[in-house]
Design a protein around this ligand. Structure first.
Ligand SMILES: O=C(CO)[C@@H](O)[C@H](O)[C@H](O)[C@H](O)COP(=O)(O)O
Ligand SMILES: O=C[C@H](O)COP(=O)(O)O
Length: 256
């Protein structure tokens, strides 16, 4: 009998949510997503020290202030991990624009162009990269500009239906609704410790049905999962990005 992970792959594009390159190889996802927290963890794994050293050398040689050098180091580090990840997957890697820029359209566009240029300098074409932008109003406007330059965007930190509609109308490539954080919020802020239904799962289902009903092309990728139950409930969604811990649980579960 095949595993739940193998069965899931028949209906949904499975994406690895990690900077740990070896974990990505183990589960053979189509795509991978990274974020600063995940890359901070990965950068502390001794086998990836070479990628960190290379980024530091790049930053030191960068012409500019100390702050510019630090910025250049971080950009190069994110790209170094992205380039290595892409050697192990057939699809795309998501690389994030600093969330502190989330309310500054021009700064997000500039940072995205810089990341894409670094990928291209490493021999990776822009169609293998998804630039992650916050789903703020400014983020959506930045994505509109970038998509016109064939820079594909993954709109992240998406918690509401209104954000999803704005992203679809802007014709962005992909959105990442955050299942787990919606659930976390409800558990922390409502008087229903045992919820009958999962509001994070329901949020993705509503967005998915709306996109399909009205023919929007934007890909829906559920993210931020707390347990395998949420993932199984969303089987059939376009994409799901899943941590190695939950990918391992899914691959150990036998399907019916
Ligand atoms: O790329 C994405 C989503 O686009 C993911 O890496 C996404 O950032 C992660 O799933 C979330 O940040 C995980 O967040 P959480 O588990 O801390 O709620
Ligand atoms: O895509 C979303 C953000 O990268 C989440 O980052 P965080 O896990 O550090 O809050």
């Amino acid at each position: 009998m095949s595993s739940v992970l193998e069965q899931l792959k028949q209906f949904t594009v499975v994406v690895a949510d990690t900077g740990d390159i070896e974990a990505i190889q183990e589960f053979q996802p189509q795509d991978a997503t990274t974020n600063p927290s995940l890359l901070l963890l990965a950068a502390q794994i001794p086998r990836y020290q070479g990628l960190v050293d290379d980024a530091i050398a790049f930053g030191k040689a960068f012409n500019g202030s100390e702050a510019d050098k630090l910025d250049a180091t971080m950009d190069k580090l994110f790209v170094n991990f992205g380039v290595e990840i892409l050697k192990r997957i057939p699809g795309r890697v998501s690389t994030e624009v600093d969330a502190r820029l989330s309310f500054d359209k021009e700064a997000m566009v500039k940072k995205a162009l810089r990341l894409v240029n670094l990928f291209e300098d490493s021999g990776v074409s822009r169609d293998r990269v998804l630039i992650k932008l916050s789903s703020t109003w400014e983020g959506v406007q930045a994505a509109k500009v970038l998509e016109k330059e064939s820079i594909h965007c993954n709109m992240t930190l998406l918690f509401s239906f209104a954000q999803a509609v704005a992203c679809a109308e802007a014709e962005v490539t992909l959105i990442s609704p955050f299942v787990g954080r919606i659930l976390d919020w409800h558990l922390a802020h409502t008087n229903t410790p045992t919820l009958q239904t999962d509001p994070g799962v329901e949020s993705v289902q509503k967005i998915y049905c709306y996109y399909k009903r009205f023919g929007y092309k934007t890909i829906v990728m559920g993210a931020s999962f707390r347990n395998v139950g949420q993932i199984v409930a969303l089987a059939g969604c376009d994409f799901l990005t899943i941590s190695p811990k939950l990918l391992k649980e899914l691959s150990a579960m036998k399907g019916g």
